[in-house]
Design a protein around this ligand. Structure first.
Ligand SMILES: Cc1cc2nc3c(=O)[nH]c(=O)nc-3n(C[C@H](O)[C@H](O)[C@H](O)COP(=O)(O)O)c2cc1C
Length: 306
């Protein structure tokens, strides 16, 4: 691997590594006003949700690398510490990019980018009607992380009101449906990506229980040449290895699958087919079935290895 001392790279060179690697980043489309009421709208991908109690977002209008000047968003927040943060969907991306142009301070980027302004309920900056989630925020702190070109200004924005489009709400009425809200995200340079339902998957994670861990898997599984470390982690995300009683029940449930392997003389061809099946089941997230197959055929495997 190439190893780089961060302090030997210029801010521009650092961007070429860090913005490509720390990606995708969510995009905040932030509206602010100055003390005269001039409206500003700009996107920021140095942005994230920071906590829920209190509900805080952070983003960073950095000092310009080119000439070390500060951005209108930051100047406005110092005058009026309020903003609206809106999420960005793929169908708003070109407008969002256009709003990042360095227009004069008096120029309203809602107009330039063709966004529709909606009055906010609590804060002075207006909302972007096209965004499915608009967060009215009070800015509680701005932390300067330096004073040179590219230095960050960490804005802590406390969310006071959440406006959500009905179209992205779950039918159970308990918040947003992840498959309905399609978001755009920023990567390095001019690269972007979008979240579509077909790209989504779940990783089951027991919240209260502890997975046994890869180190506690039976040795014959750890030693398998056919499973990746990631496959092992999926198997190890169970609280206990199924005991004999459970295995007996699983054997009945999956008997036809197991019969294909357990009585066989596991020569190398059959063994490869066995592990391919295990891998397939793991990747289909059929973990119980995988354990049934693994533990039912464990002896045959051991014998065939000898
Ligand atoms: C998708 C996207 C994300 C951006 N993220 C940031 C960021 O996190 N920090 C930043 O300082 N500039 C970022 N920029 C550039 C600013 O939007 C740009 O400098 C803008 O002119 C600032 O406007 P202002 O001076 O009106 O605040 C981003 C631009 C785009 C298109």
């Amino acid at each position: 691997m190439k190893t780089i001392n961060a302090n030997e790279l210029s801010p521009l060179q650092l961007q070429n590594y860090l913005q490509y690697a720390i990606a995708p980043r969510p995009i905040a489309l932030v509206s602010t006003v100055d003390s005269h009421g001039n409206v500003n709208l700009s996107p920021f991908s140095f942005f994230n949700l920071f906590s829920v109690n209190p509900p805080l977002c952070v983003f960073s209008p950095s000092r310009r690398v080119r000439d070390n000047t500060t951005k209108h968003t930051l100047d406005n927040l110092r005058e009026v510490p309020q903003c609206v943060i809106q999420v960005v969907t793929p169908d708003m991306l070109h407008q969002t990019s256009l709003s990042s142009c360095e227009y004069d301070k008096a120029q309203n980027e809602f107009v330039k980018a063709g966004f529709t302004a909606l009055p906010s309920e609590l804060v002075k900056p207006p909302r972007v009607a096209e965004s499915p989630v608009q967060l009215e925020c009070m800015v509680t702190q701005i932390i300067e992380t330096g004073d040179g070109p590219g230095a960050g200004n960490l804005v802590l924005a406390e969310i006071k009101k959440i406006h959500v489009s009905e179209a992205v709400l779950s039918s159970e009425g308990n918040g947003i449906d992840q498959t309905k809200i399609q978001l755009a995200a920023r990567l390095g340079g001019d690269w972007y990506c979008e979240i579509r339902p077909e790209n989504l998957f779940k990783v089951p994670k027991p919240n209260v229980a502890l997975g046994i861990g890869v180190d506690k898997l039976p040795e014959f599984i750890i030693q398998s040449d056919y499973l990746s470390k990631n496959d092992l982690a999926r198997l190890a995300n169970i609280e206990v290895i199924p005991d004999a009683d459970i295995i007996e029940k699983l054997k009945v449930e999956y008997q036809s699958l197991i019969a294909g392997f357990s009585n066989a003389d596991l020569d190398s061809g059959v063994e490869a087919r066995f592990w391919a099946e295990v891998q397939k089941l793991i990747r289909k997230d059929e973990i119980n079935k995988t354990w049934a197959l693994l533990l039912s055929c464990q002896e045959c495997l051991t014998v065939s290895k000898i």
